[in-house]
Design a protein. Structure first.
Length: 295
Protein backbone atom coordinates (compact mmCIF):
# COMPACT_ATOMS: atom_id res chain seq x y z
CA UNK A 1 0.00 0.00 0.00
CA UNK A 2 1.17 3.56 -0.74
CA UNK A 3 -0.35 6.61 0.94
CA UNK A 4 0.08 10.26 0.06
CA UNK A 5 -0.57 12.57 3.00
CA UNK A 6 -1.01 16.33 3.22
CA UNK A 7 0.42 17.70 6.49
CA UNK A 8 -1.14 21.13 6.88
CA UNK A 9 0.40 24.17 8.51
CA UNK A 10 -1.35 26.13 11.26
CA UNK A 11 -1.53 29.76 12.26
CA UNK A 12 -2.42 31.31 15.61
CA UNK A 13 -5.27 33.80 15.39
CA UNK A 14 -4.35 34.42 19.02
CA UNK A 15 -1.76 33.33 21.57
CA UNK A 16 -1.96 34.28 25.23
CA UNK A 17 -0.03 33.06 28.28
CA UNK A 18 -2.52 32.97 31.14
CA UNK A 19 -0.52 31.27 33.92
CA UNK A 20 1.92 28.59 34.90
CA UNK A 21 1.04 24.89 34.99
CA UNK A 22 1.98 22.68 37.96
CA UNK A 23 4.82 21.18 35.86
CA UNK A 24 6.27 24.68 35.30
CA UNK A 25 5.19 25.01 31.64
CA UNK A 26 3.24 28.05 30.49
CA UNK A 27 -0.55 27.73 30.52
CA UNK A 28 -1.57 28.94 27.06
CA UNK A 29 -4.91 30.13 25.68
CA UNK A 30 -4.89 30.15 21.88
CA UNK A 31 -7.11 30.06 18.83
CA UNK A 32 -5.35 27.75 16.39
CA UNK A 33 -6.30 27.30 12.75
CA UNK A 34 -5.30 24.80 10.06
CA UNK A 35 -4.49 26.35 6.68
CA UNK A 36 -4.13 24.86 3.19
CA UNK A 37 -0.33 25.34 2.98
CA UNK A 38 1.10 21.86 3.52
CA UNK A 39 4.04 19.50 3.45
CA UNK A 40 3.60 16.23 1.53
CA UNK A 41 4.46 12.91 3.14
CA UNK A 42 4.35 9.63 1.20
CA UNK A 43 4.58 6.32 3.03
CA UNK A 44 4.71 2.77 1.72
CA UNK A 45 5.32 -0.73 3.02
CA UNK A 46 8.94 -1.57 3.85
CA UNK A 47 10.68 -3.79 6.41
CA UNK A 48 12.40 -0.84 8.18
CA UNK A 49 11.44 2.81 8.83
CA UNK A 50 13.43 5.12 6.54
CA UNK A 51 13.00 8.81 5.67
CA UNK A 52 14.24 11.01 2.87
CA UNK A 53 13.60 14.76 2.93
CA UNK A 54 13.27 16.99 -0.16
CA UNK A 55 13.21 20.75 0.17
CA UNK A 56 14.42 23.87 -1.60
CA UNK A 57 16.49 26.14 0.60
CA UNK A 58 16.58 25.57 4.34
CA UNK A 59 17.36 22.35 6.10
CA UNK A 60 15.71 19.81 8.33
CA UNK A 61 17.47 16.63 9.46
CA UNK A 62 16.48 13.30 7.87
CA UNK A 63 17.92 11.31 10.79
CA UNK A 64 16.21 9.96 13.93
CA UNK A 65 15.69 13.52 15.24
CA UNK A 66 13.18 14.27 12.47
CA UNK A 67 9.71 14.38 13.97
CA UNK A 68 8.42 11.97 11.30
CA UNK A 69 10.82 9.24 12.44
CA UNK A 70 10.21 10.10 16.09
CA UNK A 71 6.47 9.68 15.49
CA UNK A 72 6.99 6.33 13.74
CA UNK A 73 9.15 5.11 16.62
CA UNK A 74 6.63 6.30 19.25
CA UNK A 75 3.82 4.49 17.41
CA UNK A 76 5.86 1.27 17.21
CA UNK A 77 6.64 1.48 20.93
CA UNK A 78 3.01 2.15 21.87
CA UNK A 79 1.64 -0.77 19.82
CA UNK A 80 4.48 -3.30 19.56
CA UNK A 81 4.34 -2.98 15.76
CA UNK A 82 7.49 -4.30 14.07
CA UNK A 83 6.80 -3.49 10.41
CA UNK A 84 8.50 -0.44 8.87
CA UNK A 85 7.73 2.12 6.18
CA UNK A 86 9.62 3.92 3.43
CA UNK A 87 8.77 7.60 3.93
CA UNK A 88 9.47 10.65 1.77
CA UNK A 89 8.82 14.16 3.09
CA UNK A 90 8.55 17.16 0.77
CA UNK A 91 8.82 20.36 2.84
CA UNK A 92 6.90 23.49 1.82
CA UNK A 93 6.02 24.85 5.29
CA UNK A 94 8.74 27.26 6.47
CA UNK A 95 10.94 25.87 9.25
CA UNK A 96 11.11 27.28 12.80
CA UNK A 97 8.30 29.59 11.72
CA UNK A 98 5.52 29.00 14.27
CA UNK A 99 3.47 27.30 11.54
CA UNK A 100 3.70 23.88 13.17
CA UNK A 101 5.59 22.29 10.27
CA UNK A 102 7.40 19.56 12.20
CA UNK A 103 4.34 18.91 14.39
CA UNK A 104 2.13 18.53 11.34
CA UNK A 105 4.61 16.12 9.74
CA UNK A 106 4.52 14.06 12.96
CA UNK A 107 0.69 14.13 12.92
CA UNK A 108 0.71 12.99 9.27
CA UNK A 109 3.09 10.13 10.10
CA UNK A 110 0.93 8.99 13.05
CA UNK A 111 -2.33 9.09 11.08
CA UNK A 112 -0.77 7.59 7.94
CA UNK A 113 1.06 4.75 9.69
CA UNK A 114 -2.10 3.96 11.68
CA UNK A 115 -3.71 3.21 8.28
CA UNK A 116 -0.65 1.57 6.61
CA UNK A 117 -0.12 -0.78 9.55
CA UNK A 118 -3.87 -1.30 10.07
CA UNK A 119 -3.58 -0.47 13.78
CA UNK A 120 -7.12 0.85 14.26
CA UNK A 121 -6.12 3.47 16.86
CA UNK A 122 -8.57 6.30 17.54
CA UNK A 123 -7.55 9.93 16.97
CA UNK A 124 -7.73 10.38 20.77
CA UNK A 125 -5.07 7.68 21.23
CA UNK A 126 -2.95 9.15 18.42
CA UNK A 127 -3.20 12.55 20.15
CA UNK A 128 -1.86 11.01 23.39
CA UNK A 129 1.09 9.51 21.52
CA UNK A 130 1.54 12.75 19.57
CA UNK A 131 1.76 14.81 22.76
CA UNK A 132 4.91 12.86 23.74
CA UNK A 133 6.51 14.26 20.55
CA UNK A 134 5.38 17.88 20.70
CA UNK A 135 2.74 20.16 22.21
CA UNK A 136 1.28 21.12 18.80
CA UNK A 137 0.95 17.54 17.50
CA UNK A 138 -2.53 16.91 19.04
CA UNK A 139 -3.83 20.08 17.35
CA UNK A 140 -2.36 19.00 14.01
CA UNK A 141 -4.09 15.60 14.34
CA UNK A 142 -7.49 17.28 14.94
CA UNK A 143 -7.05 20.35 12.78
CA UNK A 144 -9.68 22.90 11.80
CA UNK A 145 -10.33 25.73 14.27
CA UNK A 146 -9.67 24.89 17.93
CA UNK A 147 -9.35 26.77 21.19
CA UNK A 148 -6.25 25.30 22.83
CA UNK A 149 -5.37 25.46 26.53
CA UNK A 150 -2.62 23.95 28.67
CA UNK A 151 0.52 23.55 26.55
CA UNK A 152 -1.86 23.36 23.58
CA UNK A 153 -3.22 19.86 24.14
CA UNK A 154 -6.59 20.72 25.75
CA UNK A 155 -8.60 21.30 22.59
CA UNK A 156 -12.14 22.52 22.00
CA UNK A 157 -13.40 22.51 18.38
CA UNK A 158 -15.01 25.77 17.26
CA UNK A 159 -17.21 26.80 14.35
CA UNK A 160 -15.85 28.97 11.54
CA UNK A 161 -18.62 30.82 9.68
CA UNK A 162 -16.89 30.78 6.28
CA UNK A 163 -13.45 30.07 4.78
CA UNK A 164 -11.03 32.96 5.30
CA UNK A 165 -8.15 33.96 3.03
CA UNK A 166 -4.67 34.68 4.28
CA UNK A 167 -1.11 35.43 3.23
CA UNK A 168 1.84 34.11 5.23
CA UNK A 169 5.61 34.15 4.90
CA UNK A 170 8.80 34.07 6.95
CA UNK A 171 10.64 37.38 6.44
CA UNK A 172 13.81 36.43 8.31
CA UNK A 173 15.72 33.58 9.94
CA UNK A 174 13.71 31.10 12.01
CA UNK A 175 13.13 31.40 15.76
CA UNK A 176 13.34 28.62 18.31
CA UNK A 177 10.28 28.36 20.56
CA UNK A 178 12.56 27.81 23.56
CA UNK A 179 14.53 31.00 22.86
CA UNK A 180 11.36 33.09 22.54
CA UNK A 181 9.81 31.79 25.79
CA UNK A 182 13.13 32.37 27.59
CA UNK A 183 13.10 36.00 26.40
CA UNK A 184 9.43 36.38 27.45
CA UNK A 185 10.39 35.17 30.90
CA UNK A 186 13.00 37.94 31.09
CA UNK A 187 10.82 40.73 29.69
CA UNK A 188 7.33 39.83 30.94
CA UNK A 189 3.98 40.57 29.27
CA UNK A 190 2.48 44.01 28.68
CA UNK A 191 -1.31 43.58 29.21
CA UNK A 192 -1.88 45.75 26.12
CA UNK A 193 -0.41 42.94 23.98
CA UNK A 194 -2.95 40.35 25.10
CA UNK A 195 -5.47 39.15 22.51
CA UNK A 196 -9.20 39.18 23.17
CA UNK A 197 -9.75 35.43 22.75
CA UNK A 198 -13.50 35.51 23.37
CA UNK A 199 -14.08 38.34 20.89
CA UNK A 200 -11.89 36.61 18.28
CA UNK A 201 -13.83 33.39 18.82
CA UNK A 202 -17.13 35.27 18.29
CA UNK A 203 -15.73 36.95 15.19
CA UNK A 204 -14.72 33.61 13.67
CA UNK A 205 -18.15 32.15 14.42
CA UNK A 206 -19.95 35.10 12.80
CA UNK A 207 -17.49 35.72 9.92
CA UNK A 208 -16.74 39.28 11.12
CA UNK A 209 -13.19 39.73 9.79
CA UNK A 210 -12.95 43.33 11.03
CA UNK A 211 -13.67 42.25 14.62
CA UNK A 212 -11.28 39.33 14.16
CA UNK A 213 -8.51 41.69 13.05
CA UNK A 214 -9.08 43.93 16.10
CA UNK A 215 -9.17 40.98 18.53
CA UNK A 216 -6.14 39.08 17.24
CA UNK A 217 -2.94 39.22 19.27
CA UNK A 218 0.11 37.26 20.28
CA UNK A 219 1.93 37.96 23.55
CA UNK A 220 5.14 36.50 22.06
CA UNK A 221 5.18 39.04 19.21
CA UNK A 222 7.00 41.92 20.99
CA UNK A 223 9.78 39.58 22.17
CA UNK A 224 10.19 37.99 18.73
CA UNK A 225 10.15 41.45 17.10
CA UNK A 226 13.09 42.44 19.27
CA UNK A 227 14.95 39.23 18.35
CA UNK A 228 14.13 39.67 14.63
CA UNK A 229 13.62 43.37 13.81
CA UNK A 230 12.64 42.43 10.20
CA UNK A 231 9.27 41.33 11.64
CA UNK A 232 8.27 44.98 12.18
CA UNK A 233 8.60 45.86 8.51
CA UNK A 234 6.91 42.64 7.37
CA UNK A 235 3.87 43.14 9.63
CA UNK A 236 3.62 46.78 8.50
CA UNK A 237 3.78 45.71 4.82
CA UNK A 238 0.95 43.20 5.35
CA UNK A 239 -1.16 45.89 7.06
CA UNK A 240 -0.53 48.28 4.14
CA UNK A 241 -1.57 45.58 1.66
CA UNK A 242 -5.17 45.80 2.91
CA UNK A 243 -5.17 43.08 5.57
CA UNK A 244 -7.76 43.56 8.33
CA UNK A 245 -5.35 41.89 10.77
CA UNK A 246 -1.59 41.24 10.57
CA UNK A 247 0.30 39.23 13.18
CA UNK A 248 3.08 36.83 13.92
CA UNK A 249 2.05 33.15 14.32
CA UNK A 250 3.14 30.99 17.26
CA UNK A 251 6.63 31.93 18.42
CA UNK A 252 7.48 33.14 14.89
CA UNK A 253 9.17 33.92 12.75
CA UNK A 254 6.38 33.64 10.14
CA UNK A 255 3.81 36.44 9.87
CA UNK A 256 0.34 36.38 8.33
CA UNK A 257 -2.48 38.65 7.28
CA UNK A 258 -6.22 38.01 6.92
CA UNK A 259 -8.45 39.73 4.34
CA UNK A 260 -12.16 40.31 3.93
CA UNK A 261 -12.34 38.66 0.49
CA UNK A 262 -10.34 36.21 -1.65
CA UNK A 263 -9.78 38.92 -4.30
CA UNK A 264 -8.23 41.33 -1.76
CA UNK A 265 -5.97 38.54 -0.56
CA UNK A 266 -4.85 37.60 -4.09
CA UNK A 267 -3.97 41.21 -4.95
CA UNK A 268 -2.10 41.59 -1.65
CA UNK A 269 -0.14 38.36 -2.22
CA UNK A 270 0.96 39.55 -5.67
CA UNK A 271 2.04 42.90 -4.23
CA UNK A 272 3.83 41.41 -1.20
CA UNK A 273 5.67 38.84 -3.35
CA UNK A 274 7.69 41.67 -4.90
CA UNK A 275 9.43 42.36 -1.57
CA UNK A 276 8.86 38.89 -0.06
CA UNK A 277 9.11 36.20 -2.78
CA UNK A 278 8.24 33.47 -0.25
CA UNK A 279 4.80 35.04 0.41
CA UNK A 280 1.97 32.54 -0.21
CA UNK A 281 -1.80 32.88 -0.35
CA UNK A 282 -3.76 30.23 1.55
CA UNK A 283 -7.20 29.47 2.95
CA UNK A 284 -8.43 28.15 6.26
CA UNK A 285 -8.77 24.35 6.26
CA UNK A 286 -11.20 22.07 8.12
CA UNK A 287 -8.66 19.40 9.02
CA UNK A 288 -4.93 19.10 9.63
CA UNK A 289 -4.10 15.85 7.83
CA UNK A 290 -5.54 14.54 4.55
CA UNK A 291 -4.74 10.97 3.48
CA UNK A 292 -5.07 9.73 -0.11
CA UNK A 293 -4.54 6.10 -1.04
CA UNK A 294 -2.36 5.80 -4.14
CA UNK A 295 -2.16 2.03 -4.66
P1 LIG B 1 5.71 25.11 16.17
O1 LIG B 1 4.85 26.03 15.38
O2 LIG B 1 5.03 23.75 16.43
O3 LIG B 1 6.27 25.75 17.42
P2 LIG B 1 7.85 25.64 14.35
O4 LIG B 1 7.10 25.89 13.08
O5 LIG B 1 8.27 26.85 15.09
O6 LIG B 1 6.98 24.70 15.29
P3 LIG B 1 9.35 23.56 13.05
O7 LIG B 1 9.36 24.03 11.64
O8 LIG B 1 8.40 22.46 13.38
O9 LIG B 1 9.13 24.78 14.06
O10 LIG B 1 10.86 23.12 13.39
C1 LIG B 1 11.48 23.29 14.62
C2 LIG B 1 12.77 22.45 14.65
O11 LIG B 1 12.45 21.06 14.56
C3 LIG B 1 13.71 22.75 13.49
O12 LIG B 1 14.87 23.33 14.02
C4 LIG B 1 13.99 21.43 12.82
O13 LIG B 1 15.38 21.18 12.66
C5 LIG B 1 13.38 20.36 13.71
N1 LIG B 1 12.61 19.37 12.93
C6 LIG B 1 12.57 18.05 13.13
N2 LIG B 1 11.74 17.43 12.26
C7 LIG B 1 11.23 18.39 11.48
C8 LIG B 1 10.31 18.38 10.40
N3 LIG B 1 9.76 17.25 9.94
N4 LIG B 1 10.00 19.56 9.83
C9 LIG B 1 10.53 20.71 10.32
N5 LIG B 1 11.42 20.76 11.31
C10 LIG B 1 11.77 19.63 11.92
Amino acid sequence: MKLSIQARAKINWTLDVVGTLPNGYHDLDMLMQSVTLCDQLTIEDAPECTLSVRMQGGYVPADGSNLVLRAARALQEATGETRGARMTLRKYIPVAAGMGGGSSDAAAALKGLNVLWNLGLTDERLEEIGLTIGADVPFCIRGGLQRARGVGERLTPLPLKRPLYLVAFQPCRGLSTKEVFAALHEEGIDPADRPDNDAAQRALASGDVRLLGRSMGNVLEPVSRRLRPQLDEAIRAIGESGALGARMTGSGSAVFGVYAHAGDCKRAAQQLMQAYPACRMMRTAECGVVITREA
